[in-house]
Design a protein around this ligand. Structure first.
Ligand code: BGC
Length: 515
């Protein structure tokens, strides 16, 4: 007869076997991502922008930017915070370059503060100390084998251009932008081989001229309640001037600099992915319109030479027109498209249904409202930015869209990153497991898209370190590095260590657990 003790041991052994087997199966189902899934010459970098990290807002001859003025006015930003000091990168850049070297990134995406180089735009002189600052950064990065990936304009402009003629609302801005770009190509183009002209015309114009929450705070009802502006028209006019500015700067680069300097130039747009809110034709059309009014609006002119036909169909003559010559200038005016991808939304049709008014949802472009949940079920984990959820497959879908619409065009993912829902304190602040999971999952989706043909050449995590987040200040923390606001000390989060490890160990796999 079998002893009870033997029976117990037998069952324990059986359970252990079952446990190992289930775990093994589970792991097999998990997606895996590693460095070797990307080409050898793939860029893995991190990204920042001038106003968000530099500080030194009045030092060494810098002029006032629109953000310096805007953030100093009461109640414009959370807790009245501003970028006067930001990460004090202006003084700590050498330390920061050491950290970039530690991370093992092969590129760093930074932007140039327009008012540091040209304090009064084209109405004044070049500021030599501003030029020296960027020369120091570029030279020291190159010494460490890190390539500069430089954005000429990332939201900040000399205030004088706003005061003189209303900045992007005026065609005069085209001349100013080309002048600024020329100075950048002249001063830095011998060493900078990857240029972005403008960051996110779609997001900038949305906040500056549609919702009126960024400088110059222009909007109209129902989008926002500003003292002046027109939310239907002005975003279109401002973006129109941005696109033409881009095209003129690229013409100049291609004629006068590219042959000698041999760099490439592109433009960055923000691209969310959209899923239909309901399973009917109207929702699918809402998805189509969302892409057209938010993404193709910016990229179609650069590739095809004009706005998407769907926009023209709905907006008619309110959509500005490019002259024949401008179309020629725009068509093919990028060597690559830069894509900032953060999240996915449901698209709700507001054209054929009254769903939007019923939901009291803030209207968006293209007669579409956005939702982040369906039947009470959110699409993904909520992050620290309102409406941003973790939806990794959106990365693959958004890239599929580009592969279809702009085949043969190279793409860089110029921003992708995670901010936790709460401002974390203590050790939690550094132990950012969710950020690691976010990057792994989005990178796996990116690898899938590339396997299916997406021509992606690089990926930049937003952000290198915690920094000043436009309206929200310092509690929105996207950084791989934590920054202590009192001491300015930078500390590597676990995600920084993970990214380093990921970049350095080609074969080592990172499995992805679900959020
Ligand atoms: C902008 C960044 C910003 C990030 C996170 C992007 O749209 O380019 O400057 O910090 O989003 O909100």
């Amino acid at each position: 007869m079998v002893q009870p003790k033997t029976l117990l041991i037998f069952f324990l052994f059986l359970s252990l076997l079952l446990f190992i087997e289930t775990k093994h199966n589970h792991e097999e189902e998990e997606e895996v991502v590693n460095r070797s899934m990307f080409p050898d010459d793939f860029i893995f970098g991190v990204s920042t922008s001038a106003y968000q990290v530099e500080g030194a807002y009045l030092e060494d001859g810098k002029g006032l930017s629109n953000w310096d003025v805007f953030t100093h006015l009461p109640a414009n930003t959370v807790r009245g915070q501003n970028g006067d000091v930001a990460d004090d990168h202006y003084h700590l850049y050498m330390e920061d370059i050491d950290k970039l070297e530690y991370l093992g990134v092969n590129a760093y995406r930074l932007s140039i503060s327009w008012s540091r180089i040209l304090p009064r735009g084209r109405f004044g002189e070049v500021n030599p100390k501003g030029v020296l600052f960027y020369n120091n950064i570029i030279d020291n990065m190159l010494l460490k084998g890190i390539e500069p990936f430089v954005t000429i304009n990332h939201f900040d402009i000399p205030q004088e251009l706003e005061d003189r003629y209303g900045s992007w609302l005026s065609p005069q801005m085209q001349e100013d932008f080309v002048h600024f770009a020329k100075v950048c190509f002249e001063k830095f183009g011998d060493r900078v081989k990857k240029w972005v002209t403008i960051n996110e015309p779609n997001i900038y114009t949305q906040f500056a001229y549609m919702y009126g929450t960024f400088s110059p705070m222009r909007c109209s009802l129902p989008f926002g309640n500003c003292s002046a502006g027109n939310s239907d028209l002005e975003p279109l006019i401002a973006a129109h001037n941005m696109l033409i500015s881009h095209a003129k700067a690229v013409k100049l680069y291609r004629e006068q600099f590219q042959p000698k300097q041999g760099g490439i130039v592109g433009l960055v747009a923000n691209a969310f992915h959209y899923e239909p809110y309901t399973d009917d034709i109207f929702s699918y059309q809402a998805v189509e319109r969302s892409y057209a009014f938010n993404v193709a609006w910016i990229f179609d002119p650069l590739i095809h030479g004009d706005y998407p036909p769907l926009m023209r169909k709905y907006v008619g003559n309110d959509l500005p027109k490019f002259s024949k010559q401008e179309k020629k200038l725009l068509k093919g005016s990028v060597d690559f498209l830069g894509v900032n991808h953060y999240t996915t939304f449901y698209a709700i049709d507001c054209f054929n249904s009254d769903e939007c008014t019923l939901m009291d949802n803030r209207p968006n472009r293209g007669f579409v409202a956005r939702a982040i949940a369906r039947d009470g079920i959110p699409m993904g984990d909520q992050t620290g930015v309102s409406g941003f959820q973790v939806v990794p497959h959106g990365m693959e879908k958004v890239l599929n869209y580009f592969s279809m619409r702009y085949p043969n065009t190279s793409i860089y993912i110029t921003e992708n990153g995670y901010c936790p829902p709460n401002h974390l304190e203590g050790s939690e602040m550094l132990h950012d497991f969710k950020r690691i999971e976010f990057h792994k999952a989005y990178l796996a989706a990116l690898a899938n898209a590339m396997r299916k043909g997406a021509k992606v050449k690089g990926y930049f995590a937003w952000s290198f370190m915690d920094n000043y987040e436009w309206l929200k200040g310092y509690n929105t923390t996207f950084g791989l590095y934590y920054v202590d606001r009192r001491t300015m000390q930078r500390k590597a989060r676990l995600s920084a260590k993970w990214y380093k490890d990921f970049i350095e160990n080609a074969e080592k796999s990172s499995t992805i657990s679900t959020f």
